[in-house]
Design a protein. Sequence first.
Length: 364
Amino acid sequence: MDKGSYTFQALSTKYEDFRGPAFTIKVDGTQLNSAEIPIATLEVEQCSDGSASGCHFSVESLYDFAQSKWINNLAKTVQVGAKLEILAGYVKQELIFYGYVDEVSMEYQRGAPPRLTVTGIDGFGYLMSCQEPIYGGKKKPQQVVGDILTKAVSAGYAKSKTVGSLSGFEVPVVKEKLDDFKYLRLLSQRYCMSLFSVAGELIFDNVIANTSPLITLTVGMGLLGFEKRLSLRGQVGEVEIWGRDVNQKFIKGAAKSVSLGGSGKTAVEIASKFKQTALREYNEYVRTEKECVELAQARLDSLALNFVSGRGTCVGIPELIPGRYITVKGLDDDTEGTYFVSKVHHRFSKSGYYCGFEVKGAKA
């Protein structure tokens, strides 16, 4: 995942003031570019909430009525299971999606041109079909996660994988009656990790700790609209994790302060009565008090991140990805700030290329 930072001015220079939106679709290496193929709409959605990323595009006016077939053998080119890549940008383009063709549909309506619609999914879609049991044995959870992600890479539906540190967590893992993707989601919740993909990279990691902003979006400089909401739902003043050590003695660890940086106040700092609330739960996979404390802190930070939520719209920026923070400026003091990006929606249409995004924050 891109861990760098960009200025809006640098991207504006790179993309020549964001003029002339363009994209390229590659299906098993065959290129379908926006200058030659009449693609009506193209959408790519990326999420960092444990959902698979996907894409959707439709092609019109490429049907030969006299021959009763699609021009350039388009229907035969776009086959389910074919590797699918999407690059987006302007004078320069960057990869924003990597996966495979999951669905293809053809629609014929009187008075309208035939339409071919393609839906793609990232490498996690492949793991949804892997349903054999897993008995970790002596393998540590980090190795089990890596082995699962490697399946999608080996199939050619992902380019790489990243597995964050799970040091200290050595309880053997067992999977039965679950597909690999559902199991990864279960493990991500168990260890408070993020599970998502970006441009072909499958990620199982704690990404909320890296609060350095990817980019600053300002009204008049990329930012077209933004809204912000605060909600106390699910906010707690303390998280306490219980477990048993190797000798089956009870152990516990707690966290009371949000460790995420940034300016502003947390939910319990604003609504002080919520300091008295707590989440206490038993975890069968911890074996030391240190593990209890680490999980408690990760869980508290994850809950706190839901205190602030919002959504916005900006010019199309290929570099905008979930799992990173962005800074919003040009608004009132209470709305400006740095937010965690949980979802990005790239959309090409006759109106141009725009990005919608959803954000979270632990402080307001």
